[in-house]
Design a protein around this ligand. Structure first.
Ligand code: NAP
Length: 191
């Protein structure tokens, strides 16, 4: 896939590197702007309070399939249910919310895990396949919450993830298992 990542910081830079390693054509843009024309998917990884100014600087965004990975720590911008809704209003294509509950500082440790860690995501139907593919190609297992109406829930999880991060746990992976699933997939005997 041709992937334009907006933001080349901890999240955008690392995801672009991981997708390039997985065989995609990924380019990361930043506040100096750029052109997303021809991209199969646009990934937004800039501060949640910089969406309007950040996206206004990028040409060729109209109607693109989009994945928003951003979080915001302050008040939500009035007029939008979530950052992902603001991104969708600006770009106008099918939109997913993903990666905002994963810590960029431990992306490189993903490959050493015995099972892919989880990535909670929400998506419009027409963005789901692309989002799932790119979650898997970043080394994670997609956990679908539902359509984009679940984006506010995902964004609200920053309160939980940052509390755990600042506490005894530190940056962490997560996954959700059906009963017996982990033992079956790893070929382990139950305790
Ligand atoms: N770090 C994490 O573990 C993590 C996890 C999940 C979600 N997130 C969210 O993902 C987003 C990116 O986080 P990050 O850790 O990658 O941040 P970061 O390392 O500080 O990088 C931010 C990127 O956004 C760009 N940027 C900042 N202001 C901009 C603007 N006004 N217009 C255009 N681009 C702008 C920066 O451009 P320059 O390179 O030009 O400075 C940089 O490339 C944030 O919304 C964050 O809350 C972070």
């Amino acid at each position: 896939m041709r992937i334009t990542v907006i933001g080349r910081g901890h999240v955008g830079g690392a995801l672009a590197r991981r997708w390039t390693a997985a065989g995609h054509d990924a380019a990361a843009l930043s506040r100096d702007g750029g052109d997303a024309t021809g991209a199969d998917v646009v990934v937004v990884a800039i501060p949640g309070d910089s969406i309007a100014v950040g996206l206004a600087n990028i040409a060729g965004l109209d109607g693109n399939v989009t994945i928003d990975a951003s979080n915001a720590f302050g008040d939500r911008l009035p007029g939008y249910d979530s950052i992902a809704h603001q991104v969708k209003a600006m770009i106008g294509g099918p939109t997913a919310k993903a990666f905002n509950t994963n810590f960029a500082s431990i992306y490189e440790a993903v490959d050493a895990e015995p099972m892919p860690p989880g990535t909670l995501y929400a998506s419009d139907a027409d963005a789901r396949q692309v989002a799932e593919q790119l979650i898997r190609d970043a080394g994670f297992e997609p956990i679908h919450l539902g359509d984009l109406t679940k984006a506010p829930l995902l964004e609200s999880l920053i309160a939980l993830t940052s509390t755990l991060d600042r506490g005894e746990l530190g940056p962490f992976f997560y996954r959700f298992n059906r009963p017996g699933e982990l033992a079956a997939r790893l070929g382990l005997n139950p305790r």
